[in-house]
Write a protein that binds this ligand. Structure first.
Ligand code: NAP
Ligand code: MG
Length: 499
C-alpha cells in the first residue's frame, strides 16, 4: 500500500484469502477441472486471487441447476410482490456491503475507489431498485378479435408475458459489478433463472454478489455463477441447449461469434457491443462546459467505457481554443493507483489491454500523428497508459476507426456541421454520440441525423435506469433499461378463449 491509499477492510482481506469455487445451486462447489485462473491487481501487477477455470461439465451442471429451479416454479411462479421484496432486499445487501464491494472492484479492475463507490455501488443500487420495481408491473393486453368461425362463436383473447427460461449472462471487465447486475436483475425480475459468467480477469465482485443473492432469499439454483475463460466456459454456456436467452455485453467481435452460434437453436439474444463514439462541437458551444463534459466523457474509468467519447469534431472557430484547453486539462491529470482517491487516471484492467492501447498509440505515432500525453505511470509493474490527446488524426488510422477503449482522445477540426455529421456517422459503430451547442434549433435539427442509440446534448456518458440504452449498426441489438426492459427476458403468449 502506498501513502494516501484507502486501507483495506478486514472483510476484503478475508474474501481474497479464501479458496474460491463455482456458485451452483445455492452454494460454492469445486470445479471438475484442476485448471485455474489468476486475478491480478492492475495497479501493481500482483496476483490477488485464484478462481476455477470452469470446464464444459461445470457449465452443464450450472445450467441444469438453473433449469431445474426454473421448471420447479420456485421463483417464476412466486407472487410478483414477493419477488420484488426479495430483490429489494438484495439491493439493501449491496448497500450494506458497499464499501467492501467497492474495494474489491478497485483491486481487481484498477478503477478509482471514487468511481467504484459512486458507480459500481451507488448507480448499481439505483438500477437494482428500479428493476426490482418492474417485477410488479409485468402485464399483457386484452385483445378484441374478429375470428368468424364457427358461426356464432365468441372469443376473447389476451397476452401474457412469461419468463423466457434460463438466461446466460456474459459480462465484460470494465464495470463488472454494475453490468453484471444489469443481467441478473431483469432476468430475476422477469422470473427467469440465470447462469452468469464474469470476465476471467474481474470475477470477484460478482462472486460476492452470488452469496448475497442467497442471503437475500433468492432460491437455490436461480442464481448460478461460473468463472472461466471466454473460449471454453463462455462458449459452453452460450451454446448450451437449455439456455433460452443470452444477454451479452462485450466486444463486437465476440458478440458476432456468439450470435452465429445462437442461430443454430434460435436462442434469444441481446447484444450490447462496442462504440467509437463521436462528439460534435459547434462554434456556439460553451467551451467550459465542453471541456468538463468531454474530459469526463473520455477519461472516466480510463476510457474503458463503451459509451465514452473518443472522437471529437470541432467547428473551426472554436478549435484552437479547445485544443489548448484539452491539452492543459490532460497534462493536469494525476495518475496513480485506484485505491488513492486523489488519483484521476488509474491503471487499465489488464496487461494485455494496456499493450493493446499502447499499440494503437505506437501505430498512430508511426503514421505521423501529433500526440500529446499527460503524466506517466507511477509504478512500472502496473498497467498504466498516460492520458493522451491526438490532434487531427487521419480518418483511416487504426486509432480513429477502432474502439481503443483507453485514455485516448482525438480532436479534429471541421469546416462546418455537415462535415462533422458526415465524419461522425462514418463508422461501423453507433452506440452513443453527443452534440454541443447553445442553439436549440441546432440541437433539434441535428439529433435525428446522428446515427447512435443515445445522443446527449451538452453532456456525454450519462445514463439512467429509465432511459433505454443500446446500439445502432454494429454496436448491438436490443435495448437495456427503461420500462420495457423485461420484454427481452419474456416470451409473449397469446391466449384465445372461445365462449
Ligand atoms: P470481450 O472480449 O468480448 O469479452 C466480454 C465477455 O465475453 C467476457 O466475459 C469474455 O470472457 C466473454 N467471452 C469471450 N469469448 C467468448 C466466447 N467465445 N463465448 C462466450 N463468451 C466469451 O470484451 P471485453 O474486452 O471483455 O470488454 C470490452 C468490450 O465490451 C468493449 O468492446 C466494450 O465496448 C464492450 N462493452 C459494451 C458495453 C455496452 O453496453 N454496449 C458495455 C461495456 C463494455 P473472458 O474475459 O473470460 O475471456
Ligand atoms: Mg478474454
Amino acid at each position: 500500500m502506498t501513502a494516501g491509499t484507502v486501507p483495506l477492510l478486514a472483510s476484503v482481506q478475508r474474501f481474497l484469502g479464501r479458496q474460491h469455487g463455482l456458485y451452483i445451486n445455492g452454494g460454492w462447489r469445486p470445479s471438475t477441472s484442476s485448471q485455474t485462473l489468476t486475478v491480478f491487481n492492475p495497479a501493481n501487477g500482483q496476483p490477488i486471487a485464484v478462481t476455477p477455470d470452469a470446464s464444459a461439465e461445470d457449465v452443464d451442471q450450472a445450467v441444469q441447476s438453473a433449469h431445474r429451479a426454473f421448471v420447479s416454479g420456485v421463483w417464476a411462479r412466486r407472487a410478483p410482490a414477493e419477488r420484488e421484496r426479495i430483490l429489494l432486499r438484495y439491493a439493501d445487501l449491496l448497500e450494506q456491503h458497499g464499501e467492501e464491494l467497492a474495494q474489491l472492484e478497485t483491486l481487481e479492475q484498477g478503477k478509482s475507489i471514487n468511481i467504484a463507490r459512486a458507480f459500481e455501488v451507488g448507480s448499481t443500487l439505483n438500477w437494482m431498485r428500479y428493476t426490482a420495481g418492474l417485477t410488479t408491473k409485468i402485464c399483457g393486453r386484452t385483445l378484441d378479435v374478429s375470428i368468424p368461425v364457427p358461426e356464432g362463436a365468441r372469443y376473447t383473447a389476451y397476452t401474457r408475458k412469461e419468463p423466457v427460461g434460463v438466461v446466460a449472462g456474459i459480462v465484460p471487465w470494465n464495470f463488472p459489478l454494475m453490468i453484471g447486475m444489469w443481467k441478473v436483475m431483469p432476468a430475476l425480475a422477469a422470473g427467469c433463472s440465470i447462469v452468469i459468467k464474469p470476465s476471467e480477469i474481474t470475477p470477484l465482485t460478482l462472486m460476492r454478489m452470488a452469496e448475497l443473492a442467497t442471503e437475500a432469499g433468492i432460491p437455490d439454483g436461480v442464481f448460478n455463477l461460473i468463472t472461466g475463460s471466454g473460449s471454453v466456459c463462455g462458449s459452453a454456456l452460450t451454446s448450451h441447449p437449455r439456455v433460452a436467452k443470452i444477454s451479452f455485453t462485450g466486444s463486437t467481435a465476440t458478440g458476432k461469434h456468439i450470435a452465429r452460434s445462437a442461430v443454430d437453436r434460435l436462442t434469444r439474444l441481446s447484444l450490447e457491443l462496442g462504440g467509437k463514439n463521436p462528439a460534435i462541437v459547434l462554434a456556439d458551444a460553451d467551451p467550459q462546459q465542453v471541456i468538463e463534459g468531454l474530459m469526463m466523457g473520455s477519461f472516466l474509468n480510463q476510457g474503458q467505457v463503451c459509451a465514452a467519447s473518443s472522437r471529437i469534431y470541432v467547428e473551426a472557430p472554436l478549435f484552437d481554443r479547445l485544443a489548448a484547453d484539452f491539452e492543459q486539462a490532460i497534462k493536469g491529470l494525476s495518475v496513480g493507483p485506484g485505491l488513492d482517491p486523489s488519483a484521476q487516471i488509474n491503471a487499465l484492467a489488464s496487461g494485455a489491454h494496456q499493450q493493446s492501447v499502447q499499440a494503437y498509440l505506437a501505430d498512430a505515432r508511426e503514421q505521423g500523428a501529433q500526440i500529446i500525453s499527460g503524466a506517466s505511470a507511477p509504478d512500472a509493474n502496473g498497467y498504466y497508459v498516460s492520458p493522451s490527446l491526438i490532434l487531427n488524426p487521419d480518418d483511416n488510422l487504426r486509432l480513429t476507426r477502432s474502439e481503443v477503449f483507453g485514455p485516448v482522445l482525438s480532436l479534429t477540426r471541421v469546416a462546418d456541421v455537415e462535415e462533422a455529421l458526415a465524419r461522425a456517422n462514418d463508422s461501423d459503430y453507433g452506440l452513443t454520440a453527443s452534440l454541443w451547442t447553445t442553439s436549440l434549433k441546432s440541437a433539434m435539427d441535428l439529433t435525428p441525423r446522428i446515427e447512435a442509440g443515445t445522443v446527449w446534448v451538452n453532456s456525454h456518458t450519462l445514463i439512467d435506469a429509465n432511459m433505454p440504452f443500446g446500439g445502432f449498426k454494429q454496436s448491438g441489438t436490443g435495448r437495456d433499461f427503461g420500462v420495457d426492459w423485461l420484454d427481452a427476458f419474456t416470451e409473449t403468449k397469446s391466449v384465445c378463449i372461445r365462449h
